[in-house]
Design a protein around this ligand. Structure first.
Ligand SMILES: Cc1ncc(COP(=O)(O)O)c(C=O)c1O
Length: 368
């Protein structure tokens, strides 16, 4: 880097590594000269986008010369989840809202606290802002350790980030875990409950749906990227008390999310059939992939989301499986970048993709 650039770029940004997206199917097909490639690496909905969302976006195309207002989607969300518009925010994906939260609430001496082995989007945002970022280890059973997190709160802690279900483990913490944890969190500390995979977990009686925990210092984040199959449109939403939302609205980029994003969200919310079909499909795929992996002697974690984590005996085994699978046309995620280098994560695909994954893995094991 030239000395001019060094002076321009703050150390907090210079020390970051750029986000490395998963490999694309086209690139893998070209590199390994393959005709059939599947991607089970980014927890997307294998059934595609919600058809209602697509129809709404089509309708919106003729109005793209107008700046978006975003209000319609906020009202629909308020209606659907039994709250007021003033308690709702939308953004360019839930990560867009996270970025807004970091800009709005975190100042130089504040500290963010979370777990190891969790979604790294929040870490990148906090570190990029120069905020000190502390983690506690996962529990031995790969669950978030809420007891350790409560004990790690200091006077400087401003935000605690909790993904539930957690990515990449697929585990949840229970209502009891959260109640016990919440007692130790001072009111001045904001808790982000990232519920990107909420729809997959909501019917589990142990799951603490955060809409029943509307405490003053809780911000819920959700997304249309996962179950509604709209990752490419970048549309997410959040709930919090009015004062927090009002301050987020001051800092938010005025015209995010886009007209297409809001239209997609409105369509998706009405698409009950797609939601149910996607849930059923995922449950079936999860059973099939879990059984297939267990029959080969693996021990996948029980997952409440649309992916599962597979802890392995060594880093080498995780690297070997990731590489051998990609060479045969199956892209999965090695979890080194999540700080769990001896594990891989597999998203649930279509029935055919799941079957191809299991078959290919069998071939890999035979070829060792
Ligand atoms: C836990 C978690 N939160 C947030 C996101 C990002 O979602 P969005 O597409 O809404 O920004 C992801 C995506 O993988 C995730 O796993």
């Amino acid at each position: 880097m030239s000395s001019t650039n060094r002076a321009l770029v703050p150390p907090s940004v210079a020390s970051l590594s750029p986000y490395v997206a998963g490999r694309s199917m086209e690139e893998v097909a070209r590199t390994y000269n393959l005709r059939h490639v599947i991607k089970l690496a980014s927890n997307e909905n294998p059934l595609g986008p919600s058809p209602f969302a697509v129809a709404r976006m089509r309708d919106a195309l003729d109005h793209l010369h107008l700046y978006p207002t975003g209000l319609d989607l906020r009202s629909k969300l308020a209606e659907r989840f039994g709250t007021k518009v003033e308690n709702v925010i939308t953004g360019s994906g839930s990560e867009g809202i996270m970025a807004n939260i970091v800009r709005t609430f975190l100042c130089d001496d504040d500290e963010a606290l979370t777990s190891e082995g969790t979604f790294i989007g929040f870490e990148v945002l906090a570190r990029g802002r120069g905020i000190s970022y502390r983690t506690v280890p996962l529990r031995g059973d790969w669950h978030l350790d809420l007891t350790a997190l409560a004990a790690a709160i200091t006077d400087r802690t401003k935000i605690i980030y909790l993904a539930n279900p957690n990515n990449p483990t697929g585990t949840i913490f229970s209502k009891q875990d959260f109640d016990a944890f919440y007692k130790h969190v001072p009111e001045r500390v904001l808790i982000i409950l990232d519920e990107a995979y909420f729809e997959y977990a909501k019917d589990n009686a142990r799951y603490p749906d955060s809409m029943f925990y509307r405490y003053d210092n809780v911000i819920t984040l959700r997304t249309f990227s996962k179950i509604y199959g709209l990752a490419g449109v970048r549309i997410g939403y959040g709930f919090a008390r009015e004062e927090l939302i009002a301050n987020l609205m001051k800092v938010k980029l005025p015209f995010e999310p886009s007209t297409l994003g809001s239209a997609a969200g409105i369509g998706a919310l009405a698409d009950r059939e797609f939601l149910h079909r996607s849930l059923e499909h995922n449950a079936r795929g999860m059973r099939m992939v879990t059984r297939g992996l267990e029959e080969m002697g693996f021990h996948p974690l029980s997952s409440e989301a649309n992916f599962l984590m597979l802890p392995l005996k060594s880093i080498e085994e995780a690297q070997h499986l990731t590489q051998s699978l990609v060479e045969r046309g199956v892209i999965i995620r090695h979890l080194a970048s999540f700080g769990i280098p001896n594990a891989i994560r597999i998203s649930i695909g279509t029935d055919d993709e799941n079957a191809f994954l299991i078959e290919t893995l069998k071939q890999v094991l035979v070829s060792v």
